[in-house]
Design a binder for this molecule. Structure first.
Ligand SMILES: [Ca+2]
Ligand SMILES: [Ca+2]
Ligand SMILES: [Ca+2]
Ligand SMILES: [Ca+2]
Length: 363
């Protein structure tokens, strides 16, 4: 039987001491076949607590998959294995969204469903093998409406907290936290009284490596990335960490410690968005119009600022190299062995990962 994957090029894992751009065709790896296709949400999180990130696919209503199914495929250090159903949790489409994080601090990533309409969380704790049935937590936001939320550890106690943004008139630009503690979520507390600037995209990570998660925000007009560091209790005033950022290709942004120095970095995925992958005019060309060129770039944190973004993988699934495979629908970054970061694109159920190519040279 001929699998499509036979057409991919396999290479041994490479570790490099100095910075070099890795062509995806040299190092692409198939980490999983036929997992997560048509899923509504995909995560790369450590569900069984062995330090290696596992693949999680959440389905709302795909054909042939039970509504609310959460599929899990564990990392064995290089690939994903043993795909199975780990939870069924049906939820209201349109105002409930799944997140993942370790809410109870046991080292196992839990499934969390935030319900923006009812202002509540349903938490399905990982038991190391699958997820237990969800427990409901009502959030006390004093009447404010949550608009955007993240699970991240603001106060460094290894339990992920719910941080969120409330854009209504009384709270414009204000950020709040409900701390996870003692099996409950605290009443909402103000952590930043104003974002102090207009932002178009926001993410969370620990950019200075002190264990407290920080807010990063991008302003598309000024082309500036700013970081508001956490002191474990509040967010400090935002400061510019990267300016003159070229957003021409409208990339996907992620936060991850790519070079594994303990400080989260800004990851930029120039996603290819056109669907006409067999169109000859794309062959050998990069960055057409608003389409990305399948490159991955990293802006490394030194704890005070980001370096200028550098490509570290090029042509990660550009159709001219992989003529039989449609452009990737999804990109994600994590670590399958717990030590090396892997940048992954997903295309029709295939998870294709390339390891971070060694340490970046100092600039
Ligand atoms: Ca794992
Ligand atoms: Ca947990
Ligand atoms: Ca916490
Ligand atoms: Ca921090």
């Amino acid at each position: 039987m001929c699998h499509l994957i036979d057409l991919f090029i396999f290479c041994p894992k490479k570790r490099r001491d100095i910075y070099s751009t890795l062509y995806a065709k040299e190092g692409i790896y198939n980490r999983q076949d036929y997992f997560g296709d048509k899923a509504d949400y995909l995560f790369l999180k450590d569900v069984n607590g062995d330090g290696m990130d596992d693949a999680v696919a959440v389905y709302t209503s795909a054909p042939g998959v039970g509504p609310g199914s959460v599929m899990l495929s564990l990392s064995n250090g290089e690939t994903f294995v043993e795909p199975k159903l780990a939870l069924t949790h049906r939820y209201q489409l349109g105002f409930v969204y799944p997140l993942m994080g370790d809410v109870n601090g046991d080292g196992l990533s839990d499934m969390v469903y935030i319900d923006f309409f009812h202002q509540r969380l349903n938490v399905a704790y990982s038991n190391g093998i699958s997820f237990d049935s969800a427990i409901e937590y009502r959030l006390n936001t004093s009447g404010g409406k949550i608009n955007e939320s993240y699970l991240t550890d603001l106060n460094g106690d290894e339990k992920d907290d719910l941080v969120f943004y409330m854009p209504d008139a009384a709270n414009t630009g204000n950020w709040f936290v409900c701390y996870s503690k003692d099996g409950e979520f605290s009443k909402a507390e103000l952590i930043l009284d104003n974002l102090k600037f207009k932002s178009d995209q926001r993410l969370w990570g620990d950019f200075n490596g002190d264990g407290f998660s920080d807010l990063i925000a991008f302003n598309e007009t000024t082309k500036v990335w700013s970081v508001a560091l956490s002191n474990g209790d509040k967010l400090l005033d935002p400061k510019v960490w990267l300016s003159n950022f070229d957003n021409a290709q409208q990339p996907v942004f992620m936060v991850y410690d790519a070079d594994k120095n303990g400080k989260d970095d800004l990851i930029i995925w120039n996603k290819l968005t056109h669907s006409d992958m067999f169109n000859k005019k794309y062959e050998g060309k990069k960055g057409i119009g608003k389409d990305g060129n399948c490159d991955w770039l990293v802006a490394c944190s030194d704890g005070n600022k980001f370096s200028s973004p550098k490509p570290y993988i090029t042509n990660h699934l550009l159709p001219s190299y992989k003529g039989n495979t449609p452009p990737s629908e999804f990109g994600i970054i994590g670590s399958l062995d717990g030590e090396t970061s892997v940048s992954m694109v997903l295309s029709h159920g295939k998870w294709l990962g390339v390891d971070f190519p060694g340490k970046l040279a100092k600039t």
